[in-house]
Ligand binder design. Sequence first.
Ligand code: SAH
Length: 214
Amino acid sequence: MSEDAERKMQFLYALRSKGVTDKRVLSAMEAIDRGPFIRGIFSGRAYEDMPLPIACGQTISQPSVVGLMTQALRVSPRDKVLEVGTGSGYQAAILSKLARRVYTIDRHSRLVREARDLFDDMGLTNITAITADGSFGIPDQAPFDRIIVTAAAEDPPGTLMEQLKVGGIMVVPVGQSDAVQHLIVVRKSAEGIEYEELRQVRFVPLLEGLGKDT
Ligand code: SAH
């Protein structure tokens, strides 16, 4: 087996062994190469199940966490999905394989620009990447079938809850501290809102306003 094929197999094996079992999610993650989303000195570690530093002091999430969050979101091919926290663009690229349309927002314009270039290179034409404070969602495009937040908030942001469709699902890391947060699945139905706690995670914080590019 080629080195490349072996690396890919190990990558998928690691995902499965950490509980990513949904076939559609696994094939989306097989289709999207994580390599191009990591630039510079850490690029050689793209296939490890590790979070890694990206530009603007942010991080690309651990692949198994990306897989578990995507799985919990239960995206269907007709869905319009909002992601808050574009970062490298990796999560949005995976979502683009599963959904009809993906909107992704980051407060750092440099990250948005670099992610857009990657989406173009990869021919992912159903993603719109926007520089803005994602806590306010996208009023023009709301409501969304699915919302995924990839930065940690103290509570699920109220505006995003409003922009979630009835029947919709939101996945968001929630916690008071930087060190420990819980991944929460929010289900909105006609009867009300249900919360399910998935596991402990560690994300960078959801911050207010636009970021300074570094
Ligand atoms: N999903 C990304 C990883 C996200 S890291 C990936 O696949 O690589 C978290 C990102 O959230 C950072 O890029 C940070 O700039 C962004 N962020 C933090 N607060 C935000 C806010 N209020 N609005 C939009 N983006 C925000």
